[in-house]
Design a binder for this molecule. Structure first.
Ligand SMILES: Nc1nc2c(c(=O)[nH]1)N[C@@H](CN(C=O)c1ccc(C(=O)N[C@@H](CCC(=O)O)C(=O)O)cc1)CN2
Length: 292
């Protein structure tokens, strides 16, 4: 029985981080500015704490300075906004990362909209989303950008392909669809964004040359939902007991797909690599703006 090519997100991310470290060093040498990411972690969600720690470690390895602003679960929206405004004003802070999810008393949209667009390294601000949708991105949203690189690594042509994104979240599904439909490299796809109300999802996903699963439901995409030979990108990170599983049933997908990302070791590490890339871009843009 044939078996899909496993796309090594961990390996690709590690290579990108090494390339980035070189660019960070060159930028720092020419401008005497060290890119600086301020990470904001509110509450004590253990998974969020791990992700922020991993982001900080990755920054360190790439020569990017990172500082952590840790706030209690009871933090009010006003207190968090005050911190965001203060980070916006600090000229040595180039990127601001608000780790999600936030506690329920805080409105995520209000807080994310308060981040200065030039420091919005997650690419969540409506100004940056708008620029990206118009095909003139300032930053690229980290997880979709990571997925796009992995599709490229698999050797799957995107131009003219039918890409089906399952999930319509603001941070993955919607921007992923927008990026794949753009004109350009690793794009030019015909895109369908499917979701929980999509009628006959299996009929839809079976038409996908590229299938992106971003629904947040463990093992949701079964083998029969995959077109033979398709490139399958699994964005899901679900804890089931003591195991981490994706949104795709990996064992069922393996003999059907042409290529597939594993969980762990697929999209997750790429999200972090793209965040570092955006932090360098933010430092470059802010340094240029100061010299104008
Ligand atoms: N401000 C943001 N918040 C959140 C984002 C985001 O992009 N920006 N995405 C997710 C969480 N996330 C990044 O923050 C993230 C999740 C997982 C990984 C990752 O590398 N996962 C590993 C497994 C790690 C483990 O063992 O738990 C993998 O898949 O190999 C990176 C980033 C929600 N919040």
């Amino acid at each position: 029985m044939s078996s899909a090519q496993i796309i090594d997100g961990k390996g690709v991310a590690s290579r990108l981080r090494e390339e980035l470290a070189q660019k960070v060093a060159e930028f720092q040498q020419s401008n005497h500015v060290q890119p600086h990411l301020a990470a904001v972690l509110v509450g004590d969600d253990p998974a969020s704490a791990v992700y922020v720690r991993n982001k900080q470690r990755a920054c360190e390895k790439s020569g990017i300075r990172s500082t952590l602003h840790r706030l209690s679960t009871e933090t009010s929206q006003a207190e968090l906004l005050e911190l965001v405004h203060s980070l916006n004003e600090q000229s040595d802070v180039h990127g601001i990362l608000i780790q999600l999810p936030l506690p329920s008393q805080i409105d995520e949209t209000t807080v994310l909209d308060a981040v200065a667009p030039l420091k919005d390294v997650d690419c969540f601000h409506p100004e940056n989303v708008g620029l990206m949708v118009q095909g003139r991105p300032r930053f690229l949203p980290c997880t979709p950008a990571g997925c796009q690189v992995l599709i490229g690594e698999s050797g799957t042509p995107t131009s003219g392909a039918h890409a089906v994104v399952v999930g319509r979240s603001e941070i993955v599904g919607k921007p992923m669809g927008m990026m794949l439909v753009q004109k350009g490299d690793l794009a030019n796809a015909t895109v369908t964004i499917a979701h929980s109300r999509t009628r006959d999802l299996t009929e839809m996903t079976r038409q996908a040359d590229i299938l992106i699963a971003a629904i947040g439901r463990p093992n949701f995409i079964t083998g029969e939902m995959i077109k033979p030979g398709a490139c399958v990108i699994d964005v899901g990170i679900n804890r089931v007991g003591d195991r981490l599983v994706g949104d795709v049933n990996f064992d069922e997908a393996l003999p059907v797909a042409g290529s597939i990302t594993p969980v762990p070791g697929g999209v997750g590490p790429m999200t972090i690599a793209m965040l570092l890339q955006n932090t360098l871009t933010a430092a470059i843009l802010q340094t240029q703006a100061l010299s104008e």
